[in-house]
Design a protein around this ligand. Structure first.
Ligand SMILES: Nc1ncnc2c1ncn2[C@@H]1O[C@H](COP(=O)(O)OP(=O)(O)O)[C@@H](O)[C@H]1O
Ligand SMILES: [Mg+2]
Length: 405
């Protein structure tokens, strides 16, 4: 099984997917824009070959890959990074390889196309519309109403995403997104925000997960002092997650999704209704794959690879724990981390349930949380009981201070 894997060295989790492919016996042919020498060792170790290639011109990239392959057969073209998904689809087309087509990729990359497809299946999406000009944006919001959300049509990481409560805020948001070619305008949906994630093969769901964002990603992107929690829920059929699982099943059917990771975000309103947010045909970022691994005690990097290569997932997918992942951001104005306040007490109390903890060491520069998703700390606590997991998680949020000075 020869698998062309795009960008095996970047972002940080890609070497783990490359390793997964190698672990299930595939020959991994890496294509990336980094020089081979700059690849992380974990990626280099598992690649059978590597092509450094510029991604700025996709047609040229396809030809370069073709020349490099020199007639070697290709069974799959895989890409776990959102930015190169169209290129992956082009390569599949060029080499006649199964997997997501350009058209299927557009549906999971374009926030309007995906909502149209989901809506057409009779599922609940926010009122929405696309806009390429100020005028178009105003005509959409007249229909969708306030409060509204304004965001790039193919955005990521809550960048350039604004909640607007009235016309003045909407005008200000339009001003701040003038550099964005196309925007999506939506009804703002009040409620909790959760994910619904799967690994599928041949249209069958082999693994499914719901996790709960606290707070919602948009708030996190705007407030430095907040520690994010993302909680992988052990019982996805409990009252909180269940509507999203049902919605997720409908969405996958509506999209005709076949094989690979999916990552959907949805809102749970106070009345318990699930409203579609967005879906990606790729694994979630921000270490959520790690968090799912801790919750289910498995390795989804390899599980995904097995699904993609052989259409099955042979690991035990029974949920074991609620797993809460917490990202800390250093507080204080200095450039370096000077203290992990509260850590010792927390470890005394909850240490046995801490699956992993990694904080910026004392003495090192604090990280730029806008660039490094885990900020100055990454902690996973886990327990079969949800209430206890939330209690531990809150304790790490409130009683652990990574102090910068
Ligand atoms: N219609 C909406 N109602 C409420 N919040 C929203 C809405 N659309 C987006 N958001 C908030 O903005 C964040 C980013 O939007 P999203 O569509 O997920 O884009 P991306 O994650 O690609 O940046 C969401 O996680 C959510 O917190
Ligand atoms: Mg999102």
């Amino acid at each position: 099984m020869n698998v062309v894997f795009l960008s095996p060295g970047f972002p940080a989790e890609m070497p783990l997917f490359a390793r997964g492919l190698a672990q299930v016996g595939a020959k991994v042919l890496g294509v990336g824009d980094q020089p081979a020498a700059a690849l992380p060792p974990e990626a280099r170790e598992v690649l059978s070959d590597y092509l450094q290639c510029s991604f700025s011109d996709e047609n040229a990239a396809v030809e370069q890959v073709r020349a490099w392959l020199r007639g070697r057969s290709v069974d799959r073209v895989e890409c776990s990074w959102e930015r190169l998904m169209y290129l992956a689809a082009r390569l599949r087309h060029a080499f006649g390889v199964p997997g997501m087509t350009m058209e299927q990729t557009a549906i999971v990359r374009d926030k309007e196309r995906m909502k149209q497809a989901v809506e057409a299946a009779g599922l609940r999406v926010p009122r929405h519309g696309r806009a390429q000009s100020r005028q178009e944006a105003w005509s959409v919001v007249e229909r969708t109403g306030f409060p509204a959300i304004l965001k790039p049509i193919d955005g990521a990481g809550s960048q350039n995403t604004f909640r607007c409560d009235d016309a003045a805020q909407f005008e200000a948001a339009l001003e701040r997104t003038r550099h964005v070619d196309e925007i999506s305008v939506e009804e703002y949906v009040e409620g909790e925000e959760l994910t619904y994630d799967t690994v599928c093969a041949g249209g069958r769901i082999l693994f499914e997960n719901v996790s709960w964002y606290k707070p919602k990603p948009m708030i996190l992107a705007q407030n430095e002092w907040i520690s994010m929690q993302n909680i992988v829920l052990r019982d996805i059929h409990a009252e909180l997650p269940r509507p999203g699982v049902e919605l997720g099943h409908g969405v996958l059917r509506a999209l005709g999704f076949e094989t690979g990771f999916t990552h959907m975000e949805w809102f749970r309103t106070a009345s318990g209704e699930a409203v579609f947010g967005e879906i990606g045909g790729r694994p979630p970022g921000a270490r959520l794959v790690h968090a799912m691994n801790y919750g289910y005690d498995l390795d989804l990097f390899t599980g995904w690879a097995e699904a993609v290569c052989y259409g099955r997932l042979s690991q035990d997918t029974t949920p074991k724990y609620n797993a809460s992942m917490i990202f800390k951001r250093a507080q204080g104005h200095g450039p370096r981390v000077v203290e992990h306040r509260g850590l010792r007490e927390l470890m005394q109390r909850y240490g046995e349930h801490v699956a992993t903890i990694e904080l910026t060491p004392v003495g090192e520069p604090k990280r730029d949380w806008r660039k490094v998703v885990v900020g100055d700390g990454w902690i996973v606590v886990r327990h079969p009981d949800l209430a206890y997991t939330l209690q531990m998680s809150d304790a790490f949020v409130n009683d652990l201070l990574v102090v910068a000075g």
